[in-house]
Design a protein around this ligand. Structure first.
Ligand SMILES: [Zn+2]
Length: 73
């Protein structure tokens, strides 16, 4: 699973790796993998609980939400 921390949108969104809403490649200069860049970052996590913990640690001012397309179960 991948947590998308988006600073401009002030959101942290949990996705499956296979979600069509995850851009490829999903590590960029301003949104790198496993750390925060200017616009946020992508963090590999293994559960919703871990995603919430990472979101709280890395970007507590953001709003956490599961992706409505791939995490709606
Ligand atoms: Zn998704």
């Amino acid at each position: 699973m991948l947590l998308n921390i988006d600073k401009p949108l002030r959101t942290s969104t949990l996705h499956d790796e296979t979600c069509p809403h995850v851009p490829r490649p999903h590590g960029t200069e301003f949104k790198p993998r496993d750390k925060l860049g200017r616009d946020g970052g992508w963090f590999a996590v293994s559960s919703g609980a871990e995603a919430k913990a990472v979101a709280q640690r890395e970007f507590p001012q953001g709003t956490y939400k599961p992706c409505q397309y791939c995490q709606d179960s």
